[in-house]
Ligand binder design. Structure first.
Ligand code: APR
Length: 225
């Protein structure tokens, strides 16, 4: 059985990483135009690096939670073929043991040269004076997808969702496209697992609400017996 799971910031909340749009979310403390757009990076790269350096440090201090671990267990099951498509830039799915993870918004562990598009593993702390290891230009940025940029691997993601028997969205407000529109492409049963109804909750066949650390392990046990 082919399963595609889309995850958002809500799956990492109980690991201590903030969400974006909840009451105390990141976008209540930062203007996304300053720290999550290419224009903002052009205006003040030091501010952008400070923002991602803080998130990289938080992520290093965080640990995968029961929801990440349940999905890693589901991937190991012989009867289900799981692909995780995550909007998250943290590496908690990988640290839980998941192997098939597509980061459609990039990763905090990645660095990208804005001049030559070279990619390498990011140090814990980056700053605007860092030189690209390949072209030696001081144009390094986090390898994350900013607003107005094209998410990674969308063709592959769309094919996987269309071919899935089950498409489940976990911990996302469904406010950002194209991720929020993936449910429309799903070829099989669709399920929303979230703390509260998302903006696209009515597009799902079924929905279950509660903390991810409770409802995701329950769902995985129902699937795998
Ligand atoms: N368990 C399950 N769901 C939770 C939990 C929890 N413990 N805590 C919060 N949630 C839910 C919230 O109800 C909300 O619907 O997680 C969702 C978080 O929504 P957002 O903060 O909007 O995060 P996300 O949907 O991942 O944002 C998508 O927006 O800013 C961009 O690039 C950024 O990838 C991000 C994208």
């Amino acid at each position: 059985m082919e399963i595609v799971v889309l995850t958002g910031a809500g799956i990492s909340t109980e690991s201590g990483l903030g969400t974006f749009r909840d009451a105390d979310g990141l976008w209540t403390h930062y203007d996304l135009n300053d720290v999550a757009t290419a224009e903002g990076f052009g205006r003040d790269p030091a501010l952008v690096h400070d923002f991602y350096n803080a998130r990289r440090a938080n992520c290093a201090d965080a640990a995968p939670n029961a929801a990440h671990n349940a999905l890693a267990n589901l991937e190991k099951s012989a009867t289900h073929n799981l692909t995780i498509v995550t909007q998250n830039v943290d590496d908690l799915h990988e640290r839980a043991g998941s192997r098939t993870v597509i980061h459609m918004h990039g990763t905090l562990t990645g660095a990208l040269c804005a001049a030559c598009q070279h990619r390498w593993r990011a140090p814990l702390v980056m700053d605007p004076t860092d030189l690209c290891p390949r072209c030696a230009t001081p144009a390094t940025r986090p390898d994350v997808v900013w607003f107005g940029e094209i998410p990674y691997q969308m063709d592959r993601i769309s094919e996987l969702v269309a071919a899935s028997d089950i498409f489940a969205a976990i911990g996302t407000s469904a406010e950002v496209y194209p991720a929020a529109g993936l449910v429309e492409l799903a070829g099989g049963e669709t399920l929303e697992l979230n703390l509260e109804p998302s903006a696209r909750t009515n597009s799902f066949d079924r929905r279950r609400f509660g903390p991810a650390t409770e409802i995701v392990p329950e769902w995985v046990v129902e699937l795998t017996g």
